[in-house]
Design a protein around this ligand. Structure first.
Ligand code: GSH
Length: 204
């Protein structure tokens, strides 16, 4: 059984959502998100930089939410939620999965880290990170101009990956999204698998 080490509201939501969509059984192991616990050797053995999440599958232990998501897809997905490697959309599947964490989530994470370390926060720093995140949000909005999902008509894990990041954007920057991104977010969050994910997160 997959064990997903998770703190409420954080990035393992992506992996939980993938499991919910695929119907793959999993167990959530709640993690104390305090900096003190995350600095302990016990947690560093799960995630060497003291971040959340991590995951185990039997003897296998790993961290990085998008890699965890991809592991579940490749091992248990039976081809669902991602195009085949020889499909022309595969390159863009990879692009949007990585974009969600490497580019879009990065300035959002910096806002959270900055607010934790600097009190009062430095307004210019936060404004610059919001500007960078908005650039990414606008790129998604443009990509969605002629399609319901990032790869076209097919919902994929690239949407799950970015859906999590838009959720963070709405919390940290603004709920006022441009029209394509707004319709997309509503489409994603009205899916039953998303509702089950939120319920699982709430119960953590
Ligand atoms: N790229 C990593 C980022 C992990 C990450 O930043 N996790 C956040 C919670 S969502 C965290 O642990 N933040 C605490 C910190 O950075 O000190 C992933 O996708 O798993």
């Amino acid at each position: 059984m997959l064990k997903i080490y998770h703190s409420k509201g954080t990035r393992a939501l992506r992996v939980i959502w993938v499991c919910e969509e695929l119907g793959v059984p999993y167990e959530i192991v709640p993690v104390d998100f305090s900096p003190e616990y995350r600095a302990k050797a016990e947690w560093r053995a799960m995630n060497p930089v003291g971040k959340v999440p991590a995951m185990t599958d039997g003897d296998m232990k790993m961290f990085e939410s998008c890699a965890m998501m991809q592991y579940v897809l490749d091992r248990y997905g039976e081809g669902r939620l991602q195009p085949a490697k020889d499909n022309p959309t595969y390159a863009h599947y990879l692009q949007w999965c990585w974009f969600a964490e490497s580019t879009f989530a990065r300035p959002l994470g910096e806002i959270v880290n900055h607010r934790r370390e600097f009190k009062p926060e430095l307004d210019d720093v936060v404004a610059e990170m919001k500007r960078r995140a908005t650039l990414s949000l606008n790129a998604l909005d443009q990509a969605l101009v002629d399609r319901p999902f990032l790869l076209g008509n097919e919902f994929s894990a690239a949407d799950i990956s970015n859906g999590y990041t838009i959720r963070a954007y709405r919390r940290l920057v603004t709920e006022d999204l441009p029209s394509n991104a707004d319709a997309y977010f509503n489409r994603l969050t009205s899916m039953p698998s998303y509702e089950r994910t939120v319920a699982a997160d709430e119960a953590t």
